[in-house]
Design a protein around this ligand. Structure first.
Ligand SMILES: Cc1cc2nc3c(=O)[nH]c(=O)nc-3n(C[C@H](O)[C@H](O)[C@H](O)COP(=O)(O)OP(=O)(O)OC[C@H]3O[C@@H](n4cnc5c(N)ncnc54)[C@H](O)[C@@H]3O)c2cc1C
Length: 404
C-alpha cells in the first residue's frame, strides 16, 4: 500500500455523502428564507439534532479521525448548503473547543453536552473573546475576572462583542483577564452556566452576510460563577501566572489555543461557499447563450472558471494539510493553520465575486443565490483572525522576526 494518498477512506466517504445529502435536502432549500429573516433557524438546528449531526457524539467521532480530515469534509459540505445556517448549527463548536482546549476531563464531561442539549431541547454554546477595544489585539481584553475567596466564586465584569450565539447560548465560555499587567499571559477561560444572573445580551448585529447566524454583544455585570467554572482549575492557573511573573514561558494562551485548532475547519467552510458558487457559475455558463453561443465558449469566461476551480482545489489541499498536521501533532512551523484559513477565505471572496460576474445581472439580484454566497464569503477574511493577522502569523513563523 502506498504511504501517501489523498483518497478518502470508506468512513470519510460515507460521512461526506451523509452530510452532503443533509446540506442539499434540508440546508440549501432553507437558505434564502433564513438569510432574509435574519433570525436563528431553530427548526433546522432541531432537524440537525434529530438526525444526529448536531450532537456531541457526532463531533467526538469526527474529531477522532486520526487523519484530521473528517471535520473539514463536514464543514465544506455543510457550507456548500449554506454558511449562515451552518454557523447557526455549528457555532456552538467554538464554545466546545474552548472547553476541550482548556478544561479538565471532568469539566469537558460536565459542560460540553450542555452546549448541545438533546434533540427535544437543543442548546447552544458560545465563545466570548472579542471586545469593542480588543479584536485582533486579544492581549488588550478589559473583561476582568476576580476571585472571591470567601465564596470560592469568580466575579466577571465586562462587555464582549461580535459573539456568535451571544446571549442566546446556554453555555458561554468567556475569556477574561485575571492579571491585567500580564496581558494575554494573564487570561483565563470561564464557563458561565445556563441562566447565570448578570449575563445578558446587548445589541444584536444586523449583518452583511451569514445572516442566519446570530451575532451579538454579551454584557457581564457582576456575573458570579463557582470556582469549578475556571477551565483547567485554579492550581494550574496560579502556576501559569507564577511562571509568567518569573518571566518564563506560560504555555499556550487561552484564546489562542482555541483559534489554532479551528482555523483549518473555518477554512473548509469558506471552501464550501466557493464550491457552491463555482458549480452554479459553471452550469450557468454552459446554458446562458449570448451572441449565439454559450458564454463558456468565450475564453474570458472559461478561464475564470478554470482559475476558480484551481484556487478552490489549492485551498482545499492547504486546509487538509493543516488539519492532518494538527491531528498528527505535527508542529505548525510555518503558520500552516493560518495559511489554510488565509487562502481559503480569500479564495471564497474571489470565487464568489467571479461567479457574480459570470451571471451578470442575474448574479447581482437576491432571486439567485450567488450574491448571498458573496456576502457570506466576506466574513472568512475577518473572523477567527483577519487575513492581515494570518499573514502576520505566517510572516513571523517563516522569518523568526517580530514583524508588526
Ligand atoms: C459575524 C462575526 C462573528 C464573530 N464571532 C465571534 C465569536 O463567536 N467570538 C469572538 O470572540 N469573536 C467573534 N468575532 C470577532 C472577530 O473575531 C473580530 O471581528 C476579528 O478578530 C477582528 O477584530 P475587529 O473586528 O475588532 O477588527 P480590528 O482588530 O480592529 O481590525 C481592523 C483592521 O485592522 C487590521 N489590523 C489590526 N491589527 C493589525 C496588525 N497588527 N497588522 C496589520 N493589520 C492589522 C485588521 O486586519 C483589520 O483589517 C466575530 C465577528 C463577526 C463579524
Amino acid at each position: 500500500m502506498a504511504d501517501f494518498s489523498l483518497d478518502l477512506n470508506e468512513d470519510q466517504l460515507q460521512i461526506q455523502k451523509w452530510v452532503h445529502d443533509f446540506a442539499e435536502d434540508v440546508v440549501r432549500p432553507a437558505a434564502h428564507e433564513w438569510d432574509e429573516r435574519e433570525e436563528t433557524p431553530w427548526p433546522i438546528i432541531e432537524e440537525a439534532a434529530k438526525v444526529g449531526l448536531y450532537s456531541w457524539d457526532f463531533c467526538t467521532n469526527a474529531y477522532a479521525d486520526p487523519t484530521g480530515i473528517t471535520w473539514p469534509i463536514v464543514s465544506e459540505e455543510m457550507c456548500w448548503g449554506d454558511a449562515g445556517i451552518t454557523l447557526a448549527i455549528f457555532g456552538s463548536i467554538l464554545g466546545v473547543t474552548g472547553i476541550v482546549a482548556n478544561g479538565t476531563p471532568e469539566q469537558v464531561a460536565e459542560w460540553v453536552p450542555q452546549c448541545f442539549g438533546t434533540p427535544d431541547k437543543v442548546q447552544l454554546g458560545a465563545f466570548c473573546v472579542s471586545e469593542p477595544d480588543a479584536g485582533s489585539d486579544v492581549s488588550s481584553l478589559r473583561t476582568r475576572a476576580v476571585y472571591d475567596e470567601a465564596t470560592d466564586e469568580w466575579v466577571l465584569n465586562g462587555t464582549k462583542t461580535w459573539i456568535t450565539n451571544g446571549g442566546i447560548a446556554d453555555v458561554h465560555v468567556v475569556v477574561a483577564s485575571v492579571e491585567p499587567e500580564l496581558k494575554a499571559r494573564g487570561h483565563a477561560s470561564f464557563v458561565v452556566p445556563p441562566g447565570t444572573p448578570g449575563l445578558s445580551q446587548g445589541q444584536k448585529f444586523l449583518k452583511h452576510g451569514i445572516r442566519a447566524s446570530h451575532t451579538a454583544e454579551v454584557v457581564l455585570d457582576d456575573v458570579r460563577v463557582p470556582g469549578r467554572c475556571l477551565l483547567g482549575g485554579k492550581e494550574k492557573l496560579d502556576a501559569r501566572i507564577a511562571r509568567s511573573r518569573e518571566g518564563q514561558s506560560s504555555g499556550v494562551q487561552a484564546a489562542m489555543s482555541t483559534f489554532e485548532a479551528t482555523r483549518p475547519i473555518v477554512g473548509a467552510q469558506a471552501i464550501g461557499i466557493a464550491r457552491a458558487a463555482y458549480e452554479y457559475a459553471l452550469d450557468y455558463a454552459k446554458e446562458r447563450v449570448q451572441f449565439g453561443r454559450p458564454i463558456i465558449e468565450n475564453q474570458a469566461i472559461a478561464f475564470k472558471l478554470a482559475d476558480m476551480k484551481t484556487e478552490i482545489d489549492a485551498s482545499r489541499l492547504l486546509v487538509w494539510r493543516a488539519a492532518w498536521m494538527a491531528a498528527t501533532r505535527k508542529k505548525f512551523e510555518n503558520g500552516e493553520g493560518s495559511m489554510s484559513k488565509l487562502k481559503a477565505g480569500e479564495t471564497a471572496v474571489k470565487v464568489t465575486e467571479e461567479a457574480i460576474q459570470i451571471l451578470g445581472g442575474y448574479g447581482y439580484v437576491r432571486e439567485y443565490p450567488v450574491e448571498r454566497w458573496h456576502r457570506d464569503a466576506k466574513i472568512y477574511t475577518i473572523f477567527e483572525g483577519t487575513s492581515e493577522i494570518q499573514r502576520l502569523v505566517i510572516a513571523r513563523a517563516i522569518s523568526g522576526v517580530h514583524v508588526r
